[in-house]
Design a protein around this ligand. Structure first.
Ligand code: NAD
Ligand code: UGA
Length: 315
């Protein structure tokens, strides 16, 4: 079962599982009829004979029937995004990221699902000096979103630590994922879209903030490995350990579109950390994972997919 299947990472994960011959029960509260982004994300999935889509809200739906025959649960559903989490939506962050996670985890343990992979976030580390973060480093979440992601991973691990819990839990701390179908609120999507349309690119801060950008299919490969590797419960970073600034992203964009990019700087947002960088040692040793796609190549693929979507919209 994949939760958050109509989302950016969940839809790529489901596609990759189906390509490997796995039957996927895909759950999301958004559906293609009422939500444009969900419709686009679900295009590669909905014709597939082994895809079972379920529209349900994990805050209150009956969870156990969804998990009955699952070999693994990939729990990616959640309300993402650092910056809006300060606002009135915080209740939704708590309900979807923590309370819904408790419901899924409880059901998985009760039904004896052998493995649960839960999406956590690099944001749990909070502000760092840009040196690689190890899973054992202290966590200092700097936004309400990050607090909910830390709560979600620790909640699942607390269940897994019970002697009677049959479920192995792997919490993956994804580092800023990018690629085709990236969420519309995220930086690379916004920068590429604005540049292609000849609009000004808005950077929060001076553009020197650095991210360990992870290509979506690399994140998916780590996620599938986390469901099958012979490991015990724990946390694993999903990031290469290589960082780029937003100004580097703008520079790559200029090279990709072959013309200057107009940019405007504005205030930094609360909770936005100056740098993220993964120590990928655990991912390498426990999952046999190494990222295959670098920023320039991944941005080129993302641009290709944006341009195709743009042309389809004009037909
Ligand atoms: P996304 O918003 O594209 O996908 C999340 C999906 O979860 C959405 O389709 C949403 O409708 C669904 N969802 C939310 N609450 C739900 C509920 N109550 N019931 C059913 N469905 C619900 O986000 P994404 O970027 O694909 O992120 C997926 C997961 O990975 C999230 O948990 C996010 O916190 C985490 N994460 C993402 C990144 C990133 O860079 N994209 C980095 C770190 C962690
Ligand atoms: C991303 C995801 O959005 C979170 O869901 C996820 O948990 C987090 O990665 C993670 O790694 O855990 P973030 O790093 O903030 O969060 O990614 P972006 O939204 O792409 O922002 C990257 C940087 O660009 C931030 O400093 C942000 O302030 C900046 N930005 C974003 C802009 O300057 N302009 C924009 O229009 C958007």
């Amino acid at each position: 079962m994949v939760t958050g299947v109509a989302g950016f990472i969940g839809s790529h994960l489901a596609e990759a599982l189906l390509e490997r011959g796995v039957t996927v029960i895909g759950v999301d509260r958004r559906n293609a009829e009422t939500d444009r982004a969900a419709a686009i994300n679900l295009v590669p999935l909905h014709q597939h004979p082994s895809f079972i889509p379920i529209t349900a809200d994990l805050r209150n739906c009956a969870v156990e029937p969804l998990l009955l025959d699952a070999d693994a649960v990939f729990h990616l559903a959640g309300v993402p995004g650092v910056r809006p989490s300060w606002g009135p939506q915080f209740g939704d962050y708590v309900a979807c990221n923590i309370l819904a996670t408790q419901r899924i985890m409880q059901a998985a343990a009760r039904l004896g699902v052998p493995r649960l992979v839960v999406a956590s976030s690099s944001s749990v580390y909070g502000p760092t000096d840009g040196t690689p973060s190890k899973e054992s480093d202290p966590v200092r979440p700097a936004s309400p979103y990050a607090v909910t992601k830390l709560a979600a991973e620790q909640l699942c691990l607390a269940h897994a630590a019970r002697p009677d819990c049959p479920t192995i839990v792997v919490a993956l701390r994804y580092f800023t994922v990018f690629g085709p179908r990236q969420r519309e609120d995220m930086a690379i999507h916004r920068i590429l879209t604005a540049a292609v349309e000849g609009r000004t690119v808005h950077l929060y801060g001076d553009g020197t903030q650095r991210r360990d950008f992870t290509y979506v299919l690399d994140a998916v490969a780590a996620t599938i490995a986390a469901a099958t590797a012979s490991i015990t419960s724990g946390v694993i970073n999903v990031g290469a350990g290589t960082t780029f600034s937003l100004l580097d992203v703008v520079d790559h964009t200029r090279r990709l579109i072959g013309r200057p990019v107009i940019r405007e700087l504005s205030a930094t947002h609360s909770g936005d950390v100056p740098a993220t960088c993964a120590d990928p040692t655990a991912a390498r040793s426990l999952l046999g994972w190494a990222p295959a796609v670098d920023l320039a190549t991944g941005m080129a693929k993302q641009l290709e997919s944006l341009t195709a979507a743009h042309q389809n919209a004009m037909v």
